[in-house]
Ligand binder design. Structure first.
Ligand SMILES: Nc1ncnc2c1ncn2[C@@H]1O[C@H](COP(=O)(O)OP(=O)(O)OP(=O)(O)O)[C@@H](O)[C@H]1O
Ligand SMILES: [Mg+2]
Length: 472
C-alpha cells in the first residue's frame, strides 16, 4: 500500500509517495531536466489545447513576449435586452416591455497566440471570479485548475501499484478572497476540480500539518515535543502547532493568511519599478489656452500592470494616447513613459514579474542585486536594505500570525520546541531573523519545496482525516 501526496501550490507543485518507511518523489518534467518540483502554470493556445508546467511558461514566453499587441474591436455576440416601455406618450403601448437585439463588442487581442495562467490557486476563493474570458470562451476557474491537477494525477499514476484516486491533496488553511466564505468556496472548487482530474476520492488536507508530518518523519521527536510548522509559500502563510506523540501527533492549532511571495513581488513592483515607468511623473496638458503641469494618471495603469494576465487590456487608444503625449515631451519624463509604452505594446508584463522574482530570490543570498529588464532598457538596483524596508508590513503581518496561532493553542513562544521553516518565501533572511528572534535556536529549515507533498503522502498512508474547518 502506498500513500500519495499531491501539493498543488500557488507557484510550484509536487507529488510524493510513502510506503510506510521511505519517501519518493515523482519526476514531473521528464522532457525537461528531471524535476521533482514543477511550476504551477497552464498555457492555453487558441485551440484550447493545454500545456502544463515549465513548457507552459516556455511556450508563453516564446510565442508572446515582445509581440506587438493590437487590440481590435470585435463583435463577441448578440444579446437581447428588454426595455420596459414606461413612456406612453412616446407610443410604447401600455407600459409593456419591448425587446431589442444589441450587438456586443469587446476589445480583443486578435493575434494573441495563447494565454498563460499562474497562481491559479489564489483565484479559487474569490466569490466574484467564477469565470475568466479566454479568447471567445468563458472559462470557469475550476476548469483552469483541472489540467494542472490532471497532470499531477497522471504523474502519480505512472508509478505502479498506486491508487491516485484517493490521494491526499494539499489545501491552504485560509484561501485568498474578499468574503468570509472564501475558504469554503475554494474547497468546493478544489473538490470539483479534483473530481474532473480523476481524483474523486481525494482528501483535502491542510498543508502546514503535512509540513509538520514530513519533519517528524525525518527527525522523530521525543514524546510531547511541540512543533510549529511555518510554511511561507507563493500565495499563503500557513501555520500549525502540533504535539508529537510517538509516531502520531495531536493538532493544537492552525492559522493562515493570504500572504506570500506574490504579495512581496508586488511590493517590489510598486516600490521600485513603478517610478521608473512614470508613476509620479509630471506632464503638461492644455487647459483652454494655457498649459498646466499635472501628475501623469498612473493609477489608470497600475492594477492591470500588477495583474499581468490582464495587462494586454492596456492597449487601448485612450490609455496609450496620454503615454504617447508624455513621451513627446521628452526629457526624463518622456524616457520613463517610453518604457511604460514599450512594456504595454511589447507584451512584457510577465517578463517584469519574472525579473522581480529573480532579484528577490538573489537577495536571499546577496546584499545587492538588480531587477534586470533588458526589454525596457532598464536595470533597477535593489539592495537587501531597500528590500527589507519594503518588507516591513509583511513582517508585521507574519508576526501577528505567529502570535495568533500561539494564542489559538493557548501557548507562549517559549513552549514551542522547534519551528519548522518551509516554503520558498521562508528563505528570506528578514523572515528567518524574525523567527530566530521569537524562537532563539529552535528554528530549522526543512525541505522548502517538497515537504508538503511528503507530509501529504504520509497522511495518506496512515489515512489521516483533516481536522474540521473552523473559522479563526
Ligand atoms: N530563495 C528564495 N528567497 C525568497 N523567496 C523565494 C526563494 N525561493 C523561492 N522563493 C519564493 O517562494 C515562492 C514559492 O514557494 P513555494 O513553492 O513554497 O510556494 P507554493 O507552495 O507554490 O505556494 P503556496 O504554498 O502558497 O500555495 C515564490 O513566491 C518564490 O518567488
Ligand atoms: Mg506551498
Amino acid at each position: 500500500m502506498l500513500g500519495i501526496g499531491i501539493d498543488f501550490g500557488t507557484s510550484n507543485s509536487s507529488v510524493a509517495f510513502f510506503d510506510g518507511e521511505a519517501l519518493r518523489y515523482v519526476d514531473l518534467e521528464p522532457d525537461d531536466e528531471p524535476r521533482e518540483v514543477m511550476p504551477t502554470a497552464l498555457y492555453l493556445d487558441r485551440s484550447f489545447a493545454s500545456t502544463v508546467g515549465s513548457p507552459a511558461i516556455a511556450r508563453y514566453v516564446h510565442d508572446n513576449a515582445g509581440r506587438t499587441v493590437q487590440l481590435t474591436r470585435e463583435e463577441v455576440g448578440e444579446i437581447e435586452i428588454t426595455v420596459a416601455g414606461t413612456d406612453k406618450t412616446a407610443g410604447l403601448g401600455d407600459g409593456g416591455a419591448i425587446t431589442q437585439e444589441v450587438r456586443v463588442h469587446a476589445l480583443t487581442d486578435a493575434d494573441m497566440p495563447g494565454r498563460l495562467f499562474r497562481s491559479i490557486k489564489r483565484w479559487l476563493g474569490h466569490h466574484g471570479v467564477e469565470r475568466v474570458r479566454v479568447f471567445d470562451r468563458r472559462y470557469r476557474i475550476v476548469a483552469l485548475a483541472t489540467p494542472v491537477l490532471t497532470r499531477l494525477r497522471e504523474a502519480a499514476d505512472s508509478v505502479g501499484s498506486s491508487n491516485a484516486r484517493a490521494a491526499h491533496v494539499g489545501r491552504s488553511v485560509r484561501y485568498e478572497g474578499k468574503t468570509a466564505d472564501a475558504s469554503a468556496i475554494a474547497l468546493d472548487r478544489m473538490t470539483e476540480a479534483c473530481r474532473y482530474a480523476g481524483l474523486p476520492d481525494a482528501t483535502l488536507y491542510p498543508e502546514p500539518i503535512a509540513a509538520a508530518l514530513s519533519f517528524l518523519h525525518e527527525r522523530p521527536a521525543p514524546d510531547g515535543q511541540t512543533v510549529m510548522a511555518f510554511d511561507f509559500g507563493g500565495g499563503t502563510l500557513d501555520l500549525s502547532l502540533v504535539r508529537a506523540r510517538g509516531e502520531r501527533f495531536r493538532l493544537l492549532a492552525s492559522h493562515g493568511t493570504p500572504l506570500g511571495g506574490d504579495t512581496i513581488d508586488r511590493l517590489i513592483y510598486r516600490g521600485q519599478i513603478f517610478p521608473e515607468l512614470g508613476e509620479g511623473a509630471l506632464v503638461r496638458r492644455p487647459f483652454g489656452a494655457e498649459l498646466r503641469t499635472i501628475p501623469f494618471p498612473f493609477d489608470n495603469y497600475a492594477e492591470r500592470l500588477l495583474n499581468w494576465t490582464l495587462a494586454y487590456e492596456l492597449n487601448r487608444p485612450e490609455l496609450l494616447e496620454p503615454i504617447v503625449q508624455g513621451v513627446r515631451e521628452g526629457g526624463e519624463t518622456g524616457g520613463r513613459l517610453a518604457r511604460l509604452y514599450e512594456l504595454i505594446q511589447g507584451n512584457h508584463a510577465y517578463s517584469v514579474f519574472r525579473a522581480i522574482e529573480s532579484a528577490k530570490v538573489e537577495l536571499s543570498d546577496a546584499q545587492e542585486t538588480s531587477v534586470y529588464l533588458p526589454e525596457l532598457d532598464l536595470t533597477v538596483p535593489l539592495s537587501r536594505r531597500e528590500f527589507e524596508s519594503l518588507l516591513e508590513p509583511v513582517l508585521a503581518e507574519i508576526d501577528g500570525c505567529v502570535e495568533q496561532v500561539l494564542q489559538n493553542a493557548g501557548l507562549v513562544a517559549e513552549q514551542v520546541d522547534v519551528v519548522v521553516r518551509t516554503g520558498g518565501s521562508s528563505r528570506i533572511p528578514a523572515v528567518i531573523r524574525l523567527l530566530e528572534s521569537a524562537f532563539p535556536e529552535r528554528v530549522v529549515e526543512h525541505d522548502p519545496f517538497r515537504s508538503i507533498a511528503a507530509g501529504l503522502a504520509i497522511a495518506s498512508y496512515h489515512g489521516y482525516r483533516p481536522p474540521p474547518d473552523r473559522p479563526d
